[in-house]
Design a protein around this ligand. Structure first.
Ligand code: NAG
Ligand code: NAG
Ligand code: NAG
Ligand code: NAG
Ligand code: NAG
Ligand code: NAG
Length: 414
């Protein structure tokens, strides 16, 4: 899979001038995330059914050390394995990702499994995952795709246990759940830019601008993860919004701000610096000896037949083979920046010699092949009087995103 390999940094910076010119002369295109507000975290119903906790410690299947679980193909799941969960067994499926409820007719998208090139990826083992995470904690930081990921994990774990909501805030975007039988704590922190950000009141002709303080980590999550064993960091889509970039408290550049005298360095710059800042901040938290996990971009390119707000949709019912598509455009640029910032953070951590670690959760290649796994129009009723676009960004639950947790479990075991 050469196309997903690290791009030489100089090869990236050369076309930057061309990109700047292109952006400035192209009208700003709103992003899917501007219009789509997928709603708050679904709360766990109190008194929900509690499946029996299993106490047997199963032998956990693990992939050989040399197997790259992130490169492979989707193959038919002809073993006839049932979905791990349904919208009945999992009470936290986000309404807009509850594809079964909203009548998605072709459930064939559930009958594929990810097969890495050099090994088989074991099915998710809920009891095994909880055993590995006994007395540990994991935090998910990012946007609605971080939440999508966390909800997939909770659904997968319903096989063993329903967690208790122990959040200390009413804010539904900051949830903390506890698995009593294993003392495993999982949290989600809403921080779509990872760094400090707020929406300014100023409208410079391209809408209200976001102020992104690129060198200041977002205090909405940073202090809360200092004791976490794992912090899964992701972000991408929100960087498409017109924004001003601050460093040392001063405006230094922007993305599509159209402010005279402010250079447009594009969202490629803001995404990269935000990851750099976030990774540096987590790994240098005093006493932090957990693992920061960089989850790479979930493709934004699955709309077909038009852009997201021009009738674009994702109606495929089969995955691609890896030779039928390739990563390009913004997905490639985001992916490249994330991998490069991971590499930088990894060597910084090694030099520091602290207890912190960084790992790359390289899900992009697998997800690029799953245009069939999004809610599309099955995230709401057809007759509903709401403006919801076809969703080709989030993932149905159950659905291909469950593989992220199969991969995550193997990373924990590595
Ligand atoms: C679950 O999906 C079925 C269709 O498969 C639907 O009839 C039902 O209303 C859904 N239930 C919930 C709780 O989402
Ligand atoms: C539960 O796990 C946390 C770490 O996540 C630890 O600090 C705490 O002592 C554990 N509690 C018990 C009762 O073992
Ligand atoms: C955004 O945050 C900065 C720094 O805290 C503050 O100076 C500014 O007033 C805020 N802007 C808005 C619109 O809240
Ligand atoms: C690292 O974490 C473990 C618990 O997970 C703790 O016992 C140990 O003291 C920590 N080490 C440092 C250097 O903070
Ligand atoms: C992709 O590879 C398969 C074999 O693995 C081959 O049968 C198929 O024709 C190839 N498709 C394209 C578009 O190259
Ligand atoms: C949809 O809602 C809007 C505003 O709430 C209302 O004006 C419109 O009549 C509604 N349309 C239908 C078909 O119900």
């Amino acid at each position: 899979m050469q196309k997903l390999q690290l791009v030489n940094p100089t090869a990236v910076s050369l076309p930057a001038v061309v990109i700047v010119l292109f952006i400035v002369t192209t009208p700003y295109r709103r992003s899917f995330f501007d219009a789509y507000s997928p709603g708050a975290f679904v709360s766990i119903p109190s008194g929900s059914r509690h499946p029996p906790a299993t106490n047997s410690a199963p032998a956990l299947a693990r992939v050989p050390q040399e197997c790259d679980i992130f490169r492979g193909e989707w193959v038919p799941d002809d073993g006839g394995a049932l979905p791990y969960y349904t919208n009945l067994s999992c009470p936290v499926i986000q309404e807009h990702q509850n594809c079964m409820k909203y009548g998605r007719p072709d459930l064939g998208f559930l009958r594929w499994r990810w097969r890495p090139a050099g090994c088989e990826l074991p099915r998710f083992d809920a009891a095994g995952f909880l055993d590995v995470m006994r007395d540990r904690s994991m935090a998910f930081v990012g946007d609605s795709l971080a939440r999508n990921h966390m909800q997939s994990l909770i659904c997968l774990l319903t096989k063993v246990e329903y967690p208790k909501d122990i959040s200390t805030t009413q804010n539904q975007e900051f949830r903390t759940l506890h698995y009593a039988s294993h003392n495993f704590t999982v949290s989600v922190f809403w921080s779509p830019f990872l760094v400090k950000a707020n929406l300014s009141n100023a409208d410079h002709g391209s809408g209200r601008l976001w102020n992104l303080y690129l060198d200041e980590p977002d205090e909405a999550w940073l202090p809360f993860v200092s004791g976490s064993d794992y912090v899964v960091i992701s972000a991408a889509n929100w960087f498409t919004r017109p924004s001003l970039f601050y460093e040392s408290g001063r405006v230094v550049a922007c993305h599509y701000c159209l402010v005279p005298g402010v250079p447009d360095l594009t969202l490629r710059h803001s995404l990269r610096v935000a990851f750099r800042t976030a990774l540096r901040a987590v790994t240098s938290l005093p006493g932090f000896n957990g693992t920061a996990i960089v989850r790479t971009v979930s493709p934004t390119s699955h709309f077909e037949g038009g852009e997201w707000d021009k009738g674009g949709d994702c109606r495929r019912t089969r995955p691609y083979a890896s030779n039928e598509t390739s990563i390009a455009g913004l997905d490639l640029d985001f992916y490249t920046a994330q991998v490069e910032e991971f590499v930088t953070a990894e060597s910084a951590v090694r030099e520091m010699g602290s207890g912190a670690r960084v790992m790359l959760m390289d899900t992009t290649a697998a997800m690029l092949l799953r245009p069939d796994g999004h809610p599309s129009r099955y995230g709401h009723w057809a007759h509903e009087n709401v403006t919801l676009y076809n969703d080709c960004v989030h993932w149905c639950l159950p659905g291909p995103i469950d593989v992220w947790n199969e991969m995550l479990l193997q990373m924990l075991l590595a």
